[in-house]
Design a binder for this molecule. Sequence first.
Ligand SMILES: [Zn+2]
Length: 88
Amino acid sequence: MIKKLFRRRGMSCDAVMEVLQSYLDGETDAETARLVAAHLHTCTDCDQETATFRRIKLSLASTPSPVDPAIISSLQHFSARLTRGELG
Ligand SMILES: [Zn+2]
């Protein structure tokens, strides 16, 4: 319900997922960053995906040793969902 209302004014989940990586890398413009942040505030789905992404990034940044299999598995799960269009 909230999602539908929000979609009329803000970014869609698809749009957020498209720029999420750039957003986390700080590569989006200020307006996009603002819209993404606003969306994540109201959308639990995207917020959780973002948290997963952040964990993956942190893990990659902080561990030069082999990546935790749990992280790889959640990344694969995330990619699979993205490919099947299950997000948003
Ligand atoms: Zn969303």
